[in-house]
Design a protein around this ligand. Structure first.
Ligand code: PRP
Length: 186
């Protein structure tokens, strides 16, 4: 894998600009604030991809918010395909029983990770559980479930930036872009 120093040279096309993302995150924050008015909310984010989205979204929600972080890894797959087998690397640090939980993801692709996580978290008896994902790639969905809040529907392209990686790189790009095939084929 050959990564250019400026990262940007490895991007074929900017799919979502920094400004488009910021406007959408603000809009999602407003909707969530209105929908959960009068409640406390627990945001559960799934590392590492959702880190920038979580950090920006939580500051756009005007409610008492608690945060918790999980990290999972899919195994048996490869860098561009998930396998559906999920291993918990970092679990919740506080109980969610009786709490309103919003699961914050960067992207829903096959849906296998989220499907596993939703079942796992529902088993902890939250008062409610909903999902907020910045990106939705419906073309690759293998498991269907309702997505309560979605930022953008995107085509079936290999995207990086704003948390999304290829080989753990490109997460710090401020926009979401399509990676040049040369960057992942070499
Ligand atoms: C990404 C993303 C979701 C999952 C979605 O995580 O953050 O958790 O893949 O894919 P799926 O719908 O096909 O299951 P990834 O495993 O790449 O880890 P990362 O967040 O650390 O990059």
């Amino acid at each position: 894998m050959k990564v250019s120093q400026d990262l940007v040279s490895d991007v074929a096309e900017v799919l979502l600009t920094e400004e488009q993302i910021a406007a959408k995150v603000a809009e999602l924050g407003q909707r969530i604030t209105a929908d959960y008015a009068g409640h406390e909310l627990t945001l559960v984010s799934v590392l590492k991809g959702s880190l920038p989205f979580m950090a920006d979204l939580m500051r756009r929600i005007s409610l008492p918010v608690r945060i918790d972080l999980m990290e999972v890894s899919s195994y048996g797959g490869n860098a561009t395909e998930s396998s559906g087998l999920v291993r918990i690397l970092k679990d919740l640090s506080a109980p969610i029983e009786g709490r309103d939980v919003l699961l914050v993801e960067d992207i829903i692709d096959t849906g296998l990770t989220l499907n596993y996580l939703l079942r796992y978290l529902k088993g902890k008896n939250p008062r409610s559980i909903k999902v907020c994902s910045l990106l939705d790639k419906p073309a690759r969905r293998l498991v269907e479930f309702p997505l309560d809040y979605v930022g953008f529907e995107i085509p079936d392209a290999f995207v990086v930036g704003y948390g999304l990686d290829f080989g753990e790189v490109y997460r710090n790009l401020r926009f979401v872009g399509v990676l040049r095939p040369e960057a992942y084929e070499s």
